[in-house]
Write a protein that binds this ligand. Structure first.
Ligand code: UD1
Ligand code: UDP
Length: 379
């Protein structure tokens, strides 16, 4: 079975590690993987660092597409992926998540009849103003194999007309599976390695200090100066009131937008001893930061899940989330960009005792996916 994997953005590289590892350890005789990097993310600390640390094979192709408007970026990827598909002639294409790289792979492959495998299928925020919502819906609807990490995602697919227990799947008769989350596979696998190898706590002088881990990069938060300033006002209030540290590994998109903040806010976040704004960190460092945090404030899809994996409450800076189970479990709360709600929720969740029932599978999602792909290929 020859699969062609598309990665492009940081979280996809991380997700791809789980399947690559399963192939290397358990299916090297049966599955051959070709990796294509679209080049959507290209800074060393947004891309290369993850290949090294997560032991993902070097990409066989890099399309070097880089940043751009949605249309130009996606179009360049479609063209590049189509060429590689024609050269490599794989049995299927593997697509992760909901980025423009996902959508490009879906369009390129489905048009030339290469079966699409979508990992992280069925997730819905029901907010089509998000570029990711468009990407995931479009990808799901040209997929032949849809692997959903959560029950809700699986149910969403059934509501959209996908059928259970499909044999001999094809694009008109696709097969859907509920299989757990490959990111959970990764967090379990790399947790101990992170304990052994990461020095980030020492490097940031956080030993014996309490801190909140923050990430922000969603376009509606970064590109709207009012929302961005509400978020930073809220964080500053938390620092002042609770005398707690904030650690914020800053996405390049957000770094570019900081200049929309007032001089006063910039001066505070750059010079106050409690604020630690750093460049994006490696995955092993990120796990360490997540594990030691008191609480996590984020608008990231992946980071809100990892908060849950490591049993940390999450304040989610969005109006809605596709990871509804986290909110339903009472382990997270949607705070949008409301600073008052941020402060109130912080008080409520700080030091709170919370249950984290297992809702993201058993850490073997990648093996489940490999088994299904192999059995469908040979049937
Ligand atoms: C993309 C995904 C988003 C995902 C995020 C993960 C889309 C539409 N969005 O958002 O779903 O959550 O990745 O991080 O696909 N930049 C750099 N260096 C890099 C990469 C980006 O400086 O290596 C800067 C550029 O100014 C670029 C901006 O970040 O214009 C945005 O990058 P882009 O990949 O378009 O979107 P993300 O916001 O990263
Ligand atoms: N991550 C990381 N370093 C960072 C920030 C995030 O390794 O500085 C990891 C994080 O642990 C998670 C993934 O990147 O596995 C989430 O990616 P991101 O927040 O960029 O995108 P999203 O999940 O929202 O699409």
């Amino acid at each position: 079975l020859k699969i062609l994997t598309i990665v492009g953005a940081r979280p996809q590289i991380i997700k791809a590690a789980a399947l690559s590892r399963a192939i290397r350890e358990d299916y090297s005789e049966t599955i051959e993987e070709v990796i294509v990097h679209t080049g959507q993310h290209y800074d060393e600390n947004m891309s290369k660092i993850f290949f090294e640390e997560l032991q993902i094979p070097e990409p066989n192709y890099n399309l070097n597409v880089g940043s751009g408007l949605h249309g130009a970026q996606t179009a360049a990827m479609i063209q590049g992926i189509e060429n590689v598909l024609n050269d490599e002639n794989p049995d299927c294409i593997i697509l992760y998540g909901d980025t423009n790289s996902t959508l490009a792979g879906a369009i390129a492959a489905s048009k030339i009849h290469v079966p699409v495998v979508h990992i992280e299928a069925g997730l819905r925020s029901f907010n089509k103003a998000m570029p990711e919502e468009i990407n995931r819906i479009m990808c799901d609807h040209v997929s032949t194999y849809l692997f959903s990490p959560t029950k809700t995602g699986y149910q969403n697919l059934l509501k959209e007309g996908f059928k259970e227990n499909i044999n001999d799947a094809n694009i008109d008769n696709p097969a859907v599976f509920h299989c757990g989350d490959v990111m959970y596979d990764n967090s379990l696998y790399f947790s101990r390695i992170s304990d052994e190898k990461s020095d980030i706590i020492k490097d940031l002088e956080l030993e014996n200090k309490e801190y909140v881990l923050v990430t922000v990069h969603r376009n509606n938060n970064t590109d709207d100066p009012q929302r961005l300033s509400q978020i930073f006002d809220g964080l500053i209030d938390i620092v002042k009131e609770f005398k707690i540290n904030i650690v914020l590994p800053l996405h390049p998109r957000t770094r570019e937008k900081l200049k929309s903040l007032t001089e006063e806010v910039l001066e505070f976040i750059q010079n106050n001893e409690h604020f630690k704004i750093v460049d994006p960190v490696s995955f092993l460092d990120m796990i360490q930061l997540e594990k030691r945090a008191e609480l996590i404030i984020t608008d990231s899809g992946g980071v809100q899940k990892e908060a849950y994996f490591f049993k940390k409450p999450a304040l989610v800076m969005r109006k809605e989330t596709e990871w509804v189970e986290i909110i339903e479990a009472g382990a997270g709360v949607l705070i949008d960009s409301e600073k008052e709600l941020m402060k109130k929720s912080f008080s409520k969740f700080y030091k709170a005792e919370i249950d984290f029932p297992q809702i993201f599978g058993n850490g073997k999602a990648a093996n489940f996916i490999c088994e299904r792909l192999i059995s469908n290929h040979s049937s």
